[in-house]
Ligand binder design. Structure first.
Ligand SMILES: Cc1ncc(C[n+]2csc(CCOP(=O)(O)OP(=O)(O)O)c2C)c(N)n1
Length: 260
């Protein structure tokens, strides 16, 4: 008798079966896959409109088989606002790098969160401008050498790296803000849970959802993929702690429940 085959691994339906353009060891692909898995599992494929941004992930629309709009650099939250307000029945997602979201697009993300727009944001923090050759980003770590701070970032010259998940958590319209990392299987599982929560605050109409994902950029860090992954644990996580900074997904307790 022929042995039964058991399927243990499959490609999400909304993830295109095409070769990747990402560098070896880059974790944009991991973030794409998690988004695709959740869109499948939450049955959002027909409803999703993805707003892609400028940076290495500009080609996200080639990988995710959902409707998408391309925003100018940093303007994905403003574009997503327009899409969601005109089509509130849709699930609207932005996907942005740290140059895009925390530098040129800082105003857009702050006001989008503060207004409590019903959109979900995936923010990939790899501590550099990846696509354009590794310039300093607002998240570049102190001492980190980039093409625009060749002596290493210093507090005196460039200021401290910005912790976006904590900053977003302070704003009145934010329903969920968390930071996760893509460097280990355990952290990837937690990242998926955080992304699911950020998606749920939108599907439940609770407000703005934000997930920061710490990710590698081996090419611009001038490290091999293994060493790049070690840098996430050794240098990034100590400065950018993983965790949930705001969570309004739990139903508010009524007075009777509070007394119990
Ligand atoms: C208005 C405008 N300014 C500058 C650029 C050049 N540019 C393209 S990608 C990029 C940086 C993207 O970096 P990041 O958002 O960190 O994404 P990554 O490539 O690291 O994923 C810049 C400055 C542009 N395309 N448009």
């Amino acid at each position: 008798m022929q042995a039964q085959e058991r399927l243990v691994f499959d490609r999400p339906k909304v993830l295109a079966d095409i070769p990747t353009h990402y560098c070896p060891g880059c974790q944009h692909g991991v973030a794409h896959r998690l988004a695709a898995e959740l869109i499948d599992e939450m049955k959002l494929a027909e409803k999703t409109i993805c707003v892609t941004s400028i940076g290495c992930s500009v080609f996200l629309y080639n990988y995710l088989l959902v409707d998408s709009v391309e925003a100018p650099h940093g303007r994905a939250p403003a574009t997503a606002t327009g899409v969601k307000r005109s089509r509130p029945d849709k699930f609207v997602l932005t996907y942005q790098g740290d140059g895009d979201l925390a530098s040129i697009g800082m105003a857009e993300i702050i006001h989008c969160a503060n207004r409590g727009e019903r959109v979900s944001v995936i923010f990939v923090n790899n501590t550099v401008y990846g696509m354009t050759g590794g310039q300093m980003a607002p998240t570049t770590l102190i001492g980190q050498k980039t093409t625009t701070c060749p002596a290493g970032r210093s507090r005196e010259h460039e200021g401290m790296p910005i912790r976006m998940a904590e900053l977003i958590a302070q704003l009145g319209g934010t329903a969920y803000s968390a930071r996760a990392a893509l460097n280990t299987v355990k952290n990837i599982r937690s990242a998926k849970k955080a992304m699911k929560k950020a998606f749920e605050v939108q599907t439940k109409g609770l407000g703005f959802g934000f997930v920061e994902l710490l990710a590698t950029c081996p090419t611009n860090w001038r490290l091999d993929p293994v060493k790049a992954n070690e840098r996430v644990a050794g240098e990034m996580i100590p400065y950018f702690p993983l965790g949930v900074f705001r969570d309004q997904t739990a139903p508010a307790k009524g007075p009777a429940e509070v007394e119990k």
